[in-house]
Design a protein around this ligand. Structure first.
Ligand code: 5RP
Length: 235
């Protein structure tokens, strides 16, 4: 394996620590993103070395493809029914283990998967740990039909919550509008500081056209934060 950057060493350390929690026979949810990529590699290594029998559901097509290439068998979440553990990355983690997710655009499937798990463990590098959520843009997955009307509803909600907001960006990738695995689009909200995440989450969920937002509140039980020196701390 080529030498890892300090940030990748931190991600890999967190991934290894999370994979150490996996036991034979477990039903697992596999997250999405660059940190989750390390986790899928480390999990595949353990399965090869120890012959672990696992049932795995993926939170995105990208993770499904990677896991398949590494020899992990992926099943539909509904085939498995319920999961013991989901391991996923995050864009921000606050002291109460509330999260912003969706930087990779997979937060809809990620939230469904985490909500169908006894336990959600988040893996991250130290740059993801914050005092207050909001410096990272908040992804909101939206149905393309009526997108501009939905945007107006979101703006009114933010205004009424007193949240200052720079332009709400329709996510693009390589110059074209990004489509999620469910063929929806994403509005990225630049909020700086989310004083009351629960209130904002309720307001966003109530807007027709909003499929899911990236606030994961009271869903994560443990965060494993890797460091560039390879050590890991638990939050
Ligand atoms: C994808 C996610 C990712 O878990 C999150 O963006 C963190 O990604 P990375 O590990 O690449 O920083 O929520 O929707």
């Amino acid at each position: 394996m080529p030498e890892l950057s300090p940030s990748d060493t931190a991600k890999d350390a967190a991934a290894r620590a999370a994979v150490a929690l996996v036991q034979d026979g477990m039903r697992l949810g596999l997250g999405t993103g660059s940190t989750a990529v390390f986790m899928v590699h480390r999990l595949a290594e353990r399965v090869r070395a120890e012959g672990l029998r696992l049932r795995c559901a993926a939170t995105s097509r990208a993770t499904c493809d990677l896991a398949g290439q590494l020899g992990l068998r992926i099943e539909e979440l509904d085939e498995i029914g319920w999961l013991d553990l989901t391991i996923d990355g995050a864009d921000e983690i606050d002291p109460d283990l509330n999260l912003i997710k969706g930087g990779g655009g997979a937060h809809l499937r990620e939230k469904i998967t985490a909500a169908a798990s006894d336990r959600m463990v988040v893996i991250a590098d130290p740059g993801k740990v914050v005092e207050t959520l909001g410096a990272f843009h908040l992804p909101v997955e939206v149905i393309p039909f009526g997108l501009e009307v939905t945007r107006v509803h979101i703006q009114r909600l933010l205004d009424s919550a007193g949240l200052s907001q720079r332009p709400m960006l329709l996510r693009q990738r390589d110059g074209v509008v990004f489509r999620t695995d469910e063929d929806n689009v994403i509005l990225d909200l630049s909020l700086d500081c989310i004083g009351d995440p629960a209130q904002l989450a309720r307001g966003l969920s109530a807007i027709p056209g909003v499929v899911e937002h990236g606030l994961f509140l009271n869903m994560c039980q443990l965060a494993l934060i890797g460091s560039p020196d390879g050590s890991v701390i638990e939050l």
